[in-house]
Design a protein around this ligand. Structure first.
Ligand SMILES: Nc1ncnc2c1ncn2[C@@H]1O[C@H](COP(=O)(O)OP(=O)(O)OP(=O)(O)O)[C@@H](O)[C@H]1O
Length: 374
């Protein structure tokens, strides 16, 4: 991939606190990248580094081959939108958009008209921010950020102050605008649904590090770490143990060993070593029969929840030490299973869709340390 923006070994601390830990990231021209992670993981700090709003401690940022690491914000080529609309209250929508434009008046007016049309606000050009809704203000902020046709669009949680309906609508609008303009875009969000929906690639951050970079489907289906699995989307966690012969046990049931994300090959596991298994609710296979066939196990049905287009079924598996899990099915699948109306049904797991992780990262670290000493 030829990079439009290239970040190498970026580090940032505030006082004694390290916020970005030697970060590498490459972004291609025209890409829409979302920085996703929990509060405090360093997303905004990374965006501010790219914008030149904070000094960089170490590492480099290159844009189109130009080292911009030490350049002031005005000499970098980007437009930015913040969570708080940050419009000038005493300027109309049109004048807010025109603010950064230079050149002859007629040319500026034409550009403002073009931008107002782009964000669908031609009819509100004379309105002041206080006369605009949150969604409209954010459209003005977006038009202002795009006014000078920057090479990079930076969005810092631009939708999080808006109510759910407006947010859903604007997500799609921003995405289609970005595709139309083909402007390289980096958006900070803590909302995994938003990131999966809008991004070409999602950068999942945790504690100042990048845990995974991948297309939305990749991050969702093949989470590289236990953190990513837990943070992105819904999932089931099951306790299991290795059998020391390349397989595993859940309760009394034996299974082939599933995939180990982030491991080229399955690690050497001792008999009885605890594991965590992960699978999505839609990856639990339920069957209509009355008894468990080989490879299946009986699960009791604890509850049914309607989530609009799907049902979420709460299940307990007695043979797995009474572990609980959730399965998502369509309305048709639910009816085919004879639900509601039965107390238990056979369940099976597909090893290829299961992910195995060490039972605890701390234990894993202890294990490696013991291995290193040995
Ligand atoms: N100017 C600053 N001075 C001191 N500490 C800061 C500063 N800016 C950020 N931090 C700290 O750095 C850490 C990361 O902050 P950052 O804003 O990048 O997180 P974030 O992932 O964007 O989270 P949020 O979604 O809550 O904004 C936090 O612990 C924050 O308190």
């Amino acid at each position: 991939m030829s990079s439009y923006l290239s970040i190498r070994g970026l580090e940032k601390s505030f006082a004694a606190r390290t916020v970005l830990q030697h970060l590498d990231l490459d972004i291609a021209k025209g890409e829409f990248v979302c920085l996703l992670g929990p509060s405090g993981c360093g997303k905004t700090t990374l965006l501010r580094q790219i914008a030149g709003l904070d000094l960089t401690d170490a590492g480099s940022i290159t844009m189109q081959g130009r080292d911009i690491t030490r350049l002031p914000p005005a000499q970098r080529d980007y437009g930015i939108v913040f969570q708080s609309y940050a419009l000038f209250p005493n300027l109309s929508a049109a004048d807010n958009i025109a603010y950064g434009l230079r050149g002859p008046r007629k040319q500026r007016q034409a550009r403002v008209a073009e931008l107002l049309a782009l964000v669908g606000l031609e009819h509100l050009q004379g309105h002041y921010p206080a006369q605009l809704s949150g969604g409209q203000q954010q459209r003005v902020a977006l038009a202002r950020a795009l006014a000078t046709a920057p090479g990079l669009l930076l969005l810092d949680e631009p939708l999080s102050a808006l109510d759910a309906r407006v947010r859903e609508h604007l997500r799609l609008e921003i995405k289609s605008l970005q595709q139309k303009l083909h402007v390289t875009t980096i958006m900070v969000t803590h909302d995994q649904e938003e990131a999966l929906l809008m991004a070409d690639r999602v950068v999942v951050m945790n504690g100042g590090r990048i845990e995974q970079i991948g297309a939305p489907l990749e991050v969702y289906r093949d989470p590289a770490s236990r953190f990513v699995a837990g943070f992105v989307g819904q999932g089931n966690w099951l306790d299991a143990t290795a059998d020391g012969k390349g397989g595993l046990r859940i309760g009394m049931q034996e299974m082939a060993m599933p995939v180990w994300p982030g491991h080229a090959e399955q690690p050497q596991l001792q008999d009885g070593q605890p594991l965590k298994l992960f699978l999505r609710p839609e990856e639990v296979s339920l069957h209509g029969g009355d008894a468990a066939l080989p490879g299946q196990v009986m699960a009791s049905v604890d509850k049914l929840e309607l989530l609009g287009p799907i049902y979420r079924i709460g299940l307990t598996v007695a043979a797995w030490n009474h572990q609980q899990l959730r399965a998502d099915v369509t309305h048709e699948q639910l009816a085919a299973l004879g639900l509601p109306g039965r107390a238990s049904l056979p369940l099976s797991l597909t090893a290829a869709r299961l992910k195995a992780y060490p039972a605890s990262a701390a234990k894993q670290a202890e294990h490696s340390a013991a291995g290193a000493q040995a």
